[in-house]
Design a protein around this ligand. Structure first.
Ligand SMILES: Nc1ncnc2c1ncn2[C@@H]1O[C@H](COP(=O)(O)OP(=O)(O)OP(=O)(O)O)[C@@H](O)[C@H]1O
Ligand SMILES: [Mg+2]
Length: 464
């Protein structure tokens, strides 16, 4: 139990407008509730909620509440809210009372109006563009919700709460921040003056149920034989780049591929925000660090990749290759760390290679282009291209091998491609995954691991 302040005043009108609060205080509840109700009812409940919330803040200290277990806080809040309701003679049904208590708990304990969205596992992304526009992505489609924050101050408060959990803060002087929610969801916050229309919050929801290659086959993202070929490529230590646009499913696919790594192997993962979930016991997870408020102490992806070469890794997995660490990763792939993997933002396998080339150039090495390409050609075995199509579906559009060089050009061969054929009356993309029938260049590698029989079987199935 914690000490309460003076008893809440009984005589205030229920619809009293919210008072201004310093940014550190708990934010009052959202003006409009999440669930669709008639607007008049919404307004009445919302006014009652704000009035009760203000009384609650008058009677208890939110910092004391923060020190308690969430279940205890809920219990305390329920008691006090029931007391306030009876003192104010408010007319609320039992269901409405539960809604009010739930929303107030979400404000004191969690992320306010976003709480109902965080509880849903079908949402891939939550995108908040200022206080009155909250979008979600489900099944590859983006839609506007009816969730609103009371004002930008409340949203800013919630952003602050998220980033302070990872020891950072956002304000005018440091308006960009990456963070992570307690459940592992990845968060980006950008606030005014950089975000012109108010604080902007983007959350990539952490999925409790991780997708597997079998699930991706079920969803029609790739065919069973193609999935089998990827499993074998991963098990026989091919160096693999997963390429794709934003939100195309790169990290998901990389996570799927890591399942086929032998449990005895020592793996080091390097990520900006830990998203991968490796099953293998001998895994070391590393995470980059942004600079602190004084602008020092940053640890970049390149620092991590370089360091992990001194950690005797058997495989290096880089969450996202986006800068000069590309050079170090290529070196690692070329020097006995077979089976290393990473994702890269690119729209085609060929683009992925050009991006790697540019990233190496960013590192300031004055290497001739041909030398860099030779490095890439001998390091990378396979590029898997993920795409989010215009109907929102996610597909593996290419499984492409890097074969070698012809003159100055890296040669590629597709093993599987997705052929776009049109769309149906409901706007869904129609197409098919086609095997090219070419013999994989990693055949000998598969034979070395005793998996050439499986590879032959998968390829013959793909033609069936
Ligand atoms: N093949 C798929 N079918 C359906 N949903 C998928 C598929 N692949 C990924 N998803 C879902 O899409 C969302 C985005 O996936 P993921 O994080 O892997 O994308 P990403 O390309 O790594 O994104 P970013 O560029 O932001 O890092 C996740 O919610 C994931 O569960
Ligand atoms: Mg990703």
């Amino acid at each position: 139990m914690f000490g309460r302040r003076a008893a809440p005043p009984a005589s205030k009108p229920a619809a009293e407008p919210p008072r201004d609060r310093p940014p550190s205080a708990a934010a009052p509840p959202a003006a409009a509730p999440a669930s669709p109700r008639s607007s008049e009812l919404d307004q009445r409940l919302s006014d009652i909620k704000i009035a009760i919330f203000n009384d609650l803040i008058d009677s208890v200290d939110p910092t004391e509440l923060g020190a308690l277990e969430p279940a205890q806080v809920r219990e305390e809040i329920s008691d006090i809210v029931a007391e306030i309701i009876s003192m104010r003679n408010l007319v609320l049904s039992a269901a409405e009372q539960q809604v009010v208590i739930g929303d107030i708990c979400n404000d004191v304990l969690g992320l306010g109006p976003l709480e109902p969205l965080l509880a849903r596992d079908d949402i891939a992304d939550i995108m908040v563009n200022g206080c009155d526009k909250v979008y979600i992505e489900t099944d590859g489609r983006i839609e506007l919700t009816d969730i609103k924050f009371r004002d930008n101050a409340q949203l800013m408060n919630i952003c602050q709460r998220i980033v302070s959990a990872v020891g950072r803060r956002v304000d005018e002087s440091s308006p960009i921040c990456d963070a992570r929610l307690a459940d592992g969801s990845r968060v980006n916050v950008i606030v005014p003056p950089l975000a012109i229309d108010g604080p902007t919050l983007t959350i990539r929801k952490f999925k409790r149920e991780k997708l597997t290659l079998d699930k991706l086959v079920e969803f029609g993202s790739l065919t069973q034989p193609a999935a089998r070929v990827l499993q074998i490529a991963s098990a026989v230590r091919c160096n693999i780049l997963v390429s794709g646009g934003t939100g195309s499913g790169k990290t998901t696919l990389l996570n799927c591929l890591t399942r086929y790594i032998d449990t005895a192997e020592r793996i080091v993962t390097c990520e900006d925000a830990a998203e991968l979930q490796l099953q293998q016991p001998h895994t070391v997870r590393l995470e980059t660090r942004p600079p602190n408020l004084e602008g020092i102490g940053a640890v970049t992806m390149r620092d991590l990749v370089k360091n992990c070469l001194r950690m005797r890794p058997e495989r290096i997995i880089v969450g996202e290759v986006r800068g000069p660490e590309a050079f170090d990763l290529l070196q690692a792939m070329n020097t006995g760390h077979d089976g290393s993997m990473g994702t890269i933002h690119a729209n085609t396998p060929r683009d992925a290679l050009s991006r790697v080339e540019n990233m190496v150039a960013m590192g300031g090495y004055n290497l001739p282009a041909k030398a860099v390409r030779e490095q890439i050609a001998s390091a990378v075995n396979l590029i898997v291209q993920a795409s989010r199509l215009r109907d929102g579906s996610r597909k593996i559009t290419h499984i492409t091998e890097v074969i070698g060089m012809e003159g100055d050009v890296i040669t590629l061969q597709d093993l599987f491609v997705f052929e776009f054929m049109g769309e149906d009356s409901r706007g869904r993309v129609i197409g098919r995954h086609r095997p090219t029938g070419l013999r994989p260049a990693f055949w000998d590698r598969a034979r070395y691991y005793g998996l050439d029989g499986d590879l032959a079987e998968a390829l013959s199935e793909s033609h069936a």
